[in-house]
Design a protein around this ligand. Sequence first.
Ligand code: MEZ
Length: 556
Amino acid sequence: MPYTEELKRLLKVVEKTRPERLARKKKGEEFPLMSLEERAEVLKHHPDYKEEGRREIKVGPSKGYRVAHEIVDMLEARSRVDPDAVDLSHIYAETDVLVIGGGGAGTAAALLAQEHGAKAIIATKLRHGDANTMMAEGGIQAASKRWKDSPYIHYLDVMGGGHFTNVPQLVHTLVTQAPDVISWLESLGVTLSKYPDGKLKTMHGGGTSRKRMHYAADITGSEIMRTIRDEVRNRSQDITVMEFSSAVELILNEHGHCAGALLYNMETEEYLIVKAKVVILATGGSGRLHIQGFMTTNHYGATADGLVLGYRAGVKVVFLHTVQYHPTGVVFPEQMEGILITEKFRGAGANILNIEGEQFVNEREPRDVEAAAFIRECLVMSKGVPTPTGKLGVWLDSPIIDLLSGEGTVQREFPGKFILYKRHGIDISKEPMLVYPTLHYQNGGLEYNTEGETSVPGLFIAGEVSGGVHGENRLMGNSLLDILVFGRIAGKNAAIYAKEKTKEGKLNLDHVRAYHKELEDEGVVTDRVAPMLLPDYTDPEVRKRQLTAHYVGTLR
Ligand code: MEZ
């Protein structure tokens, strides 16, 4: 749907303030960054700072930790299966390394496991590549330009972005391996944006002190995912992909080692056992839990499955009390609600404006500060722009980019968004976009170390399911980096584990029985089951009439 007459009228206000903003930009004058005190003040409007949005987890290894209700609901749920009804002698497939999750982290892990001599199975909920990686837009950070940047400066930026709470060793690993990851991607054929002389283009992101964001226009994640997925296809003699096969429980053995998983075939509704010498969890995030009712950038399957599986098996959760809301999610046209508008627009010069066409925040504050400033402007200052259905947003003035960098820049640098908006009758090189914070990233997750290991022997993890490297707030472009750095580490170490450390033993689901008992002992009476697998968008009125649907079919 194109802008309505009312929104077109409000757009005129933006056009009116543009020449002056452009002149200031050309002189290098920016809207001032906030002081630490100002940041602390604005952060009070961030959803994470609402204590009533959280409660204590009553069971499991992180009992007593306060996280979002929606996540606690998943952790305080029963298994999808009755452990007594599962015949663990009935093995459907056996492999060295079972990778759970077919996004960037899982795919990178499988490739490295294969390079280190292992056979691997990737089990993925939807199709291979249906993941947040595919939807990542703006880029991947790496201090590849040694003459003006270094992993040391990258390290400081990551720590600053994470409010200095990050696990230092994980950050060290992330930033020191970053340049190698860029070379690896290029060697596989990933086409990153370059200057005519072949030098890689890099730009700023929120919280970066150097231009180190590498990108492929505004479709970086899809370019990376497409390439590494193809690479898995090239190695199909060693890597098998099981699509529409969600993991619903990890399987341990009598030595307490992780030794496989119970998969649920989403098409046939069968439960299948895959036995493995070692398992890598790379299931991604949880945006589809819609914490505090926020819209999300996440793919349809992002429902915290890995957290549930790992937690039931005994791995602690850390840094889960913070959730990342990307400042710029589409709020109009509503058909695209929640979709990511890359931070790169702001890096390229697009201003953020209220209903009066005024700037109220520097465009490159860290994400939590930026998002909180938008929320305050709309809900406290009452200077948001109303949509036809009564939602609020702020303007992201993309047309200024063409005025700064030459006509055609928006279309060339942001083809993904240019085409998407075109379909709705909006030309973003001429008209700004209306945006509002959108649930983007699970900052925390399962605890792990620099080798990708968890507290459960034989269980490695990588990517968004893990917590620690980003502390309490991730910076742009460190997620694509995280999945590839730690996906590769987990893959390599899992292959070594499969060769040298694995311990055969009788399979069991005793941890699931124990978890059920703990739920009962703590008085958690619930008919919720987890993992959720897919979000439920049933209209509440329809749901009232679904009298027989409650947990009868396996997906309900
Ligand atoms: O890392 C991200 O979340 C990212 C690159 C997002 C974006 O704004 O494009």
